[in-house]
Design a binder for this molecule. Structure first.
Ligand code: NAP
Length: 296
């Protein structure tokens, strides 16, 4: 009366796809093996046809016996078949397709972030621009294993050598930050030009500190600098990611309770180019690694 209960599939879609792919590969390799056996039998048959049965004994093509030409052409066709199974399939197969799709999705996500930023500025006319990474814009950040970067508008750790490195890299340059990060400093950092991003039109800052109303304006304000830095926090890292060409990440090898996070680094768009481990010691409660990522 109530009909049959619908059977639930036992394995999920991803497993199905993997099985299908494995079956397809087995079929392709089996086909290649059968081709090889037929080729061997065919080649013997062609040789016998000419030498024993005398078929086309006097036929020559380019000075060669016809069966030599026929076997060579077949061998070429066999290699082409093997090339398709092992090489073309690798480049144009399912894994390759998946990587291409992931790349496209990541690009679309970056574009959506930029559109969200544009829409969040109600006084601006809606202008949609294509995001081009700035050639030397570097994001510098220290993040825990789960991308934790801060809590209650403060850092979660004190790592002397990381602060030293931050100072060495950023000194003499423009440092771009969100209003909240700026307010987490007791006073502006020496020997650096602060560019603070805020939506407030009358945000007051000490002399020498620049205030802008968007990421794009912050990057413009730092255009005289050949190496500007994005120094946080969470909101700004997320929005600035599509503009950056480099990430200097201090990966702190612990997990923390946090309320602010660094966005996930999409490895389809970034490649790791350097990594140095720093063990924990009496000055440093946590081990950490200095990692450099560059846009692919
Ligand atoms: N571990 C690290 O390396 C690191 C580095 C930096 C910061 N942090 C931590 O990160 C936390 C702060 O990060 P957060 O995400 O809370 O704040 P944030 O990114 O520093 O600043 C957010 C503020 O920036 C302004 N803003 C954001 N997007 C904007 C836009 N599109 N246009 C104009 N203004 C914009 C807004 O200011 P208004 O509200 O004034 O409009 C917003 O409230 C703190 O805990 C800090 O210690 C950690």
């Amino acid at each position: 009366m109530f009909g049959k209960k619908k059977q639930k599939p036992q394995i999920d879609q991803e497993q199905f796809a993997l099985i299908e792919n494995a079956q397809r590969r087995v079929k392709q390799k089996k086909g290649l093996y059968i081709h090889f056996v037929i080729f061997l039998i065919g080649a013997v048959f062609l040789i016998l046809a000419n030498t024993v049965l005398g078929i086309g004994k006097d036929e020559k093509i380019l000075g060669l016996d016809w069966f030599v030409i026929a076997i060579s052409a077949w061998l070429f066709f066999f290699f082409y078949h093997a090339f398709n199974v092992f090489i073309t399939n690798k480049f144009m197969g399912k894994e390759w397709e998946k990587a291409q799709i992931e790349k496209l999705v990541a690009k679309q996500q970056d574009k959506i972030e930029i559109l969200k930023t544009t829409l969040a500025r109600p006084n601006d006319s809606l202008k949609i621009t294509t995001v081009k990474p700035h050639k030397n814009l570097t994001m510098i950040v220290a993040a825990g294993e789960n991308n934790e970067i801060g809590k209650d508008n403060d850092l979660i750790w004190h790592l002397r050598d990381d602060l030293k490195r931050f100072k060495a890299l950023t000194s003499g340059h423009h440092i771009i930050m969100g209003r909240k990060t700026f307010e987490s400093f007791p006073k502006p950092l020496p020997n650096r030009t602060h560019v603070v991003i805020s939506r407030q039109k009358d945000y007051r800052v000490p002399e020498g500190v620049l205030v802008v109303n968007s990421i794009e304006d912050a990057i413009d304000a730092a255009s005289s600098d050949n190496q500007p830095f994005i120094i946080g926090g969470g909101e700004i890292y997320k929005q600035a990611m599509p503009f950056a060409s480099k990430i200097e990440l201090t990966r702190v090898h612990s997990t923390f309770s946090a309320d602010t996070f660094f966005p996930e680094i999409n490895m389809n768009e970034w490649k790791e180019t350097d990594s140095k481990v720093h063990d924990n010691d009496e000055q440093h409660n946590h081990a950490f690694s200095f990692m450099t990522y560059e846009r692919k």
